[in-house]
Design a protein around this ligand. Structure first.
Ligand SMILES: [Zn+2]
Length: 70
């Protein structure tokens, strides 16, 4: 029985996967799909890149205000 064969991962599934918010069962299901689907793999990659940009943007802000408090 092949599940998730005909439809791709949803945006929510992909962003939850990137954020590590999925349950172990859901994560396994997503990873199974990613193994055979290059389209969704590309989606995950671009989500990860976006996350990193947001993460660095957050890091930069405290670094700018930090020295002012010292
Ligand atoms: Zn897919």
């Amino acid at each position: 029985m092949a599940f998730a064969e005909s439809h791709h991962l949803t945006n929510t599934q992909i962003s939850d996967y990137v954020d590590g918010l999925l349950s172990p069962a859901e994560q396994q299901e997503v990873e199974l799909h990613l193994h055979k689907c290059a389209i969704c793999r590309a989606e995950v990659r671009s989500h990860r890149r976006l996350r990193r940009i947001i993460y660095h943007a957050h890091l930069r802000r405290p670094a700018d205000t930090g020295p002012l408090h010292l």
